[in-house]
Each structure stands twice: as C-alpha cells, then as structure tokens.
Design a protein around this ligand. Sequence first.
Ligand SMILES: [Zn+2]
Ligand SMILES: [Zn+2]
Length: 295
Amino acid sequence: MTTPRPSMLPAAVTYADQGWPVFVLGRTKRPVANCEPCAQAGPDHDREACPCLTCHSFYAATTDRNRIVAMLAAVPDGLLAIRTGTAAGLAVIDIDPRNGGTLDRSLMTPTAAVATGGGGWHLYYRHPGHPVLSRPLTGAPGIDIKADGGLVVAPPSLHPTTGRPYQWAGTRPVAEMPPALIAAVAADPPMTKPAPPRSCTPARVSSRAGEAGGISNPAALLAAHLAAVARAPEGRRRTTLYGAARGIARMVAAGHLTTTEAWAALTDAGHTADQTDRDINAAITGGFHAEGVPT
Ligand SMILES: [Zn+2]
Ligand SMILES: [Zn+2]
C-alpha cells in the first residue's frame, strides 16, 4: 500500500552543488522534531550554529554532501526541502490555486518552475540581494513569497496529501526577478487606522501599563509576546503564536510597529518554536483578522 519513494539524494546533491542549502522535513511537511537538548534550549540557543543534523528546520540546511547523506538516512521518509533567501540566493513565488492563487504574467516572468504535487506552482527567482521577507504577497490571495526565513519543498518529494511528486516543469534557468515583482514583494501592506481614542484615557494608561489601549513600553511588550512563543511547551506553541499574533496586531493597530515588522517578528518567533510556514501564516493571518487588523 506504500508508494515506492523516489531517491532524494541525486536531486539533493544537484541543488547543493548550485549553492542551495537543503534539509529534510517530516513526511507531513512538519519540521523534524528537535533532539531533547535542543527542544529544552531557550531562546538564546543559536539555531544557525547548532551542529545537530536535523534540528531547527531550515537552520539545519547544508550544502555539505556528507551531511546530506546522513540527513536523508536519518529521516528516510522525509521530504527534501531547500532553504530560501540569501542563504540560497533564491526568492520563490508560491502559487496556491486552492486558496485563489493565479499566475500573474505581468509580475511573474518566465523562470525555473516546479509543479507542486498539490496543484500549485513554485517560481524560482534569483534573490535580489536586499532582505525579502517570507510572507503572503500583499493583495494577492493564494500567493506567498518564500525568501529570507523561508523554505520550499523540492522535487522529487511526494506531496503529503496527494502523494504526487513535486516536479520541475521545463528546463528554464533561474531568472532575475523583474522590477515589478521586486516592488510587489517589497510593498508594505496598507497602513492600518491610527490608535483608537481610548488610548488617551489617562486612567487606563496609568492603571494597566502594558495592556492594549495604553502601551507604555511597546518594545518590552513586543519582546514579552515573542518570549511567550519561544517558551511555549510543545503542544501549546500554535495557540501561543496565535495569541501573540493577536497582541501584536493590536500594537500594529495602535501604530507601534508596521505590519511588515510584525510579520518578520512573528515569523522568526514561529520558526524558533519549530512551526511550519503554513502554521505561522495561519496564526498571523487569524490573529490579525480576529483583531480586525488587515494583513
Ligand atoms: Zn539538536
Ligand atoms: Zn540545536
């Protein structure tokens, strides 16, 4: 009843040889569980420098052939994935038609492309050099950018729900991002309305510093939200991230940080807590919507 699995090694080596760091995800696209010491480690643990073979999702990505062989052996039913962003020199546009994503030819010029096993498309572009956050493309439902702080599942992995392989579509090389697309991925989401008048009520401000409506120290409040995510025990991480997203959405609404800064902070916190990009995006989008703050 099991589908014969394609060998990941030749593809993994091909990617690594062109400078794309690779790693493995679990069969269901979730990060491989961290080892006990890494699972217990606090937010000060340096995930980038951690020597573990498969801990911390894309932080384990490597171009070292021996490590790749060992990684694939350690997670024999895992999915092959590529760390995107400056680490690979890649920015990937992820089009998910199930969520309304469509190919916009005015933005998305021809380039190397993967047909995901789930009916979507990954368009591989050269990273433009300046930071490009991994997040949904503003104003384009069903389209995500996978760049800094991101990852893509790569061919010949089998899609976890359909069982169909991710496949390269054609043989185009990875192209430069066209200027219109660079502008689109850099665009800040529309600013939210200014702080509601209740924040001017002196009684609230003085009585409950740190609460929404009277944020006396935004930096400390933001740090507290992010620390809660980092400290959350396994099993509580998704709901904690959602709660932090709601709290930070209120800070965005009050004008203490931009939507882009909120996405970056929450995405990084989610990765610290070993959440998938999909779960992170869902938590942020859900938290912002619950607070009536546009993403
Ligand atoms: Zn570890
Ligand atoms: Zn570690």
